[in-house]
Ligand binder design. Structure first.
Ligand code: SAM
Length: 171
C-alpha cells in the first residue's frame, strides 16, 4: 500500500519522507567530495538541500518558483533553465514535475540525478514509470550521456532514477 503523506522532523510531506535522507546519502556515496555546488531543482520545501548542506557539507540551493522553502534553506524562487546547469557540479531533480526536461538537458553539461515523478516528459504519450525512465535513457544515449539506472531505498513506485556523469567533452 502506498503512503500518501509522511512526517519528517516535524514537517509533513507528500509521499515517503525517507526519500530526502536516502537521496542525500546516495549523492554522497556516488560523488563523495568530488562535487561541491548542487542545484536541487523543484526542491519544494528544501529538506533534501538542508540535509545535503548540514550533514554532508555541500553547498546546495533549491531552485523552485513556488518559494516556500523551510527557514534557512538557500533558494532561488524561479523556474529552472538548463542554461544555468554549468554553474553546478550536480543538478538534482527529485520528482521535478514541469522541470523534468530541463534537468535532463542539464545532463549534457554536468552531473545529474533525475528521479522523475509523473510524465512531464512527453505529453503526447502515456508513459508509466518504466516507460518514462526508458524514454529519458534514450534521450541520454542519443546525446552520449553516460548514465545508470538506480533503485533507491524509499517507497515506490517513484523511487527509480537515472544518475549521469558529466562527459569529458561537455566543457
Ligand atoms: C512534486 S513537487 C516535488 C518537491 C520536492 N522535490 C519533494 O520531493 O518533495 C514538484 C515541485 O516542482 C516545482 N516546479 C514546477 N515547475 C518548476 C520549474 N520549471 N522549475 C523548478 N521547479 C519547478 C513545483 O513548484 C513543486 O515544488
Amino acid at each position: 500500500m502506498s503512503t500518501k503523506h509522511g512526517k519528517y522532523k516535524g514537517h509533513r510531506f507528500h509521499g515517503d519522507p525517507k526519500r530526502f535522507e536516502v537521496v542525500a546519502e546516495f549523492v554522497f556515496e556516488t560523488f563523495k567530495r568530488n562535487i561541491k555546488y548542487i542545484a536541487d531543482i523543484a526542491g519544494g520545501r528544501g529538506m533534501l538541500t538542508r540535509i545535503l548542506n548540514k550533514q554532508y557539507n555541500y553547498e546546495s540551493i533549491v531552485i523552485d518558483p513556488r518559494g516556500y522553502t523551510l527557514v534557512g534553506v538557500p533558494n532561488l524562487n524561479e523556474e529552472f533553465s538548463s542554461e544555468n546547469a554549468p554553474y553546478y557540479d550536480l543538478v538534482i531533480g527529485l520528482h521535478p514535475d514541469e522541470a523534468t526536461r530541463q534537468v535532463a538537458k542539464s545532463a549534457l553539461v554536468t552531473n545529474t540525478l533525475l528521479i522523475p515523478c509523473c510524465n512531464f516528459w512527453d505529453r503526447s504519450k502515456k508513459l508509466g514509470r518504466d516507460a518514462l525512465i526508458k524514454e529519458i535513457s534514450k534521450y541520454y544515449d542519443e546525446h552520449n550521456v553516460k548514465c545508470k539506472k538506480v533503485v533507491l531505498d524509499f517507497e515506490g513506485p517513484k523511487n527509480i532514477g537515472l544518475v549521469s556523469w558529466k562527459s569529458k567533452n561537455s566543457g
